[in-house]
Design a protein around this ligand. Structure first.
Ligand code: EPU
Length: 421
């Protein structure tokens, strides 16, 4: 079992490059199942969720040539419809994108229930409603989801909740389906636009991604033969922004899309953090010269403040002046990590979906455990800001979404080591 040993309290300084977006890559890799032919994909993060996608693709018959750890050529011409067991699907959320992709290409799919971070109930009823509206029959039994169809036809689907996963899965399921599919009340996250751009590059006909109405006109096949680079990860960029601010540092974050960071930048500016964006919108400079002040924040679907930045922001609010309210607007339960932050000295009271955070002068290092991916990132930031030594367990959660995180924080001056026990 590995752990991180972090010695605080270090202001981060320097430049860090953002990797490709996890949540775009975990949709684009299953999407390659739809392509008869080779395609080239770069800027793929080298993280454990992606390694699991490769494992599933190779099991289905894909040929993957690893050009670098972040760049592949993939050929799904000879992929077959095979059962994807729950042993692998339970390890990550995005495994459910293989249902949409296999259903579109083969008219059927047998895929285990997805895993992912534990935020309370995470139903997939909107995915199933989408598949059924296209004409599929869906049965869930023994931990498996079985989707079958005689014939799929484009149709109109109105999502009851704004769901990233359902929007992506319905896009995947409808790409090769005759007729026009319309998704209303669609999610608008940058990774939805990135998936649409990837599929269109390969011959799909998708319009409106990034708005709340997406129109997919089915095509006979996707041709491949093209190259695509995954969009930069706005959550990773946001994690470095908050780390820079919370540590009292001065960091330039490169290879990002500053427009995607607006919801995070706006809050940080309100709290007194200095932020400067490059003119061409691909770099952001974040620096701190005075203690940040309280803020009230509610997480919302994009372009609202992202739920995946909620734990990192809780760390900054924990050491900001005044009492802040942090409300979770997406999930039933995403505050488990606050118990760990409290061990470091944070003053947090959770009532229902709101955390009341009273700023303290200092966090003090101790032994803590990451309860999920973004909670893990938040605890690294807390360890960097805390006085003394923090021992962070549960770091396999962090490996799911951040590539070489210790090395990259070390390059910014943090004292963080990965240790095997
Ligand atoms: N929901 C339903 N029914 C559905 C689908 C969703 O009720 O059929 C509800 C969920 O329970 C939740 C809300 O709708 O309350 C939004 O869920 P959504 O489907 O948007 O989330 P997701 O697709 O499961 C993705 C990301 C998460 C991120 C959320 C919200 C991936 C692989 N995961 O999850 O990322 O928190 O969108 O932005 O893209 C992370 O990267 O750390 C992470 C957890």
């Amino acid at each position: 079992m590995d752990k991180f040993i972090i010695k605080g309290k270090t202001p981060l300084k320097g430049t860090v490059n953002v990797n490709g977006a996890k949540n775009a890559a975990v949709a684009i890799l299953p999407a390659t199942v739809l392509i008869k032919g080779k395609c080239h994909i770069e800027n793929i993060p080298n993280i454990s969720d992606i390694k699991r996608c490769y494992e599933i693709l190779e099991m289905l018959g894909a040929k993957i040539n690893f050009i670098t750890p972040n760049e592949i050529e993939i050929d799904c011409t000879n992929v077959e419809e095979k059962e994807i067991s729950v042993d692998i699907t339970k390890k990550f959320r995005a495994s459910y994108y293989f249902i949409g992709a296999l259903l579109s290409r083969f008219g059927k799919a047998s895929v285990g229930f997805p895993g992912g971070c534990n935020f309370g109930s995470r139903p997939i009823d909107q995915h199933i409603k989408g598949f059924e509206t296209l004409g599929a029959t869906v049965n869930c039994e023994g931990g498996m989801i079985y989707a079958t169809s005689e014939e799929l036809t484009g149709n109109s689907i109105y999502l009851d909740v704004v769901s990233v996963g359902a929007t992506i899965n319905i896009m995947l399921a409808s790409v090769l389906v005759p007729g026009v599919t319309t998704i209303e009340n669609a999610a608008k996250e940058p990774h939805i636009v990135d998936l649409a751009n990837f599929l269109n590059t390969m011959g799909a006909n998708i319009k409106g991604a990034g708005t709340d109405i997406i129109k997919i006109t089915g095509v006979e096949e996707l041709h491949g033969g093209a190259s695509y680079s995954i969009v930069p990860d706005q959550i990773e960029a946001g994690t470095f922004m908050i780390a820079a601010a919370a540590s009292g540092g001065d960091v330039v974050i490169t290879n990002c899309i500053t427009k995607h960071l607006d919801p995070i930048s706006a809050k940080l500016i309100e709290m007194g953090v200095n932020i400067e964006e490059s003119e061409d919108g691909d770099k952001i400079h974040v620096w701190w010269d005075k203690r940040t002040t309280k803020a009230n924040i509610k997480t919302l679907p994009y372009p609202g403040f992202p739920t995946d930045m909620q734990p990192q922001m809780a760390v900054l609010l924990s050491i900001s002046e005044g009492t802040s309210y942090l409300t979770e607007g997406i999930y039933d339960s995403r505050f488990q990590y606050t118990e760990e932050l409290k061990k470091l000295g944070a003053n947090i009271r959770v009532e229902g979906k709101t955390a009341y955070i009273e700023g303290v002068d200092n966090l003090i290092g101790c032994q803590v455990t990451a309860t999920d991916l973004r909670a893990g990132a938040a605890l690294i930031i807390a360890g960097i800001c805390a006085e003394g030594e923090t021992e962070l367990y549960g770091i396999e959660h962090i490996d799911r979404g951040y590539e070489k995180i210790a090395e990259r924080f070390r390059a910014l001056g943090a004292n963080i080591e990965r240790v095997s026990e």
